[in-house]
Design a protein around this ligand. Structure first.
Ligand code: HEM
Length: 212
């Protein structure tokens, strides 16, 4: 207990969570801003930013299994009912405070990681269609197969890789929508609990909960 009667802050987010989070923000932003070059296709900066997003998401998933206490997925497993009740309470300005991720944050994090992984995956397939990237040969096979089918059916339809490219764009837009909701949620939780969650994502430190 300090002289002001407040308990000293505790370490909640480990360095991998914090650096990973802000690296993800930078990588996603760069990939988004460099989505189209003059020819309408992806440029090298977009591609490498996408690889970075994929790598960060993969490392974060492994860290969710083997990481520190509040980084582990098992630390923030809540039923949908708990998350909805928490959201309702928050909108009325009286949600319970969690030191780790809240029930609503837990679902948002799952949605963000899934959407980011699917965006990277479809991007890799679409890039493979252009004969580039790690899925270049797989992509060419898909296209060759799709073209053969089209010839067989006597029509020219949309190829698999075209679908992958469209899906990639739709998933990137969905991720951006989630990011907007995520930032609004962080703002709401910071206001309701009178704590700066953005600063905590930099320092890793938060004021302890009742049980800490
Ligand atoms: C591309 C944009 C973003 C993505 C993909 C993203 C993704 C994530 C993910 C995956 C987490 C979970 C962290 C973990 O446990 O490893 C998280 C948490 C968090 N993010 Fe973001 N984020 C983005 C932008 C932002 C921005 C701009 C802010 C600041 C306004 C922010 C503030 C936070 C905070 C404070 C948390 C902790 C939430 C909590 O207390 O439960 N994020 N974010």
């Amino acid at each position: 207990m300090s002289l002001t009667g407040q308990k000293p802050s505790i370490q909640v987010w480990d360095p991998l969570v914090r650096y990973g989070h802000w690296a993800l923000v930078v990588a996603f932003s760069v990939a988004w801003l460099r989505a189209d070059d003059e020819s309408g296709g992806p440029d090298q900066v977009h591609v490498w930013a996408g690889y970075a997003v994929g790598t960060i998401v993969a490392v974060r998933v492994l860290w969710g299994i083997a990481g520190t206490r509040h980084a582990r997925f098992s630390d923030f497993v809540y039923s949908p009912a708990t998350a909805l009740r928490y959201l309702g309470d928050m909108l009325r300005g009286r949600g319970r405070r969690y030191v780790g991720h809240s029930p609503a944050a837990a679902y948002m994090i799952a949605a963000l990681l899934l959407c980011l992984a699917a965006t990277v995956g479809t991007g890799l397939i679409a890039y493979g269609d252009t004969g580039k990237g790690p899925l270049a040969s797989a992509g060419s096979l898909v296209i060759a197969g799709a073209h053969a089918e089209e010839r067989g059916a006597g029509r020219r339809g949309e190829s698999e890789a075209g679908i992958a490219g469209d899906l990639h764009g739709a998933l990137a837009n969905s991720t951006l929508g989630l990011v907007v909701l995520h930032i609004l949620g962080v703002g709401l939780a910071s206001a309701v609990h009178r704590e700066n969650l953005v600063r905590a994502m930099f320092s890793g430190r938060k004021r302890p909960g009742d049980g800490d």
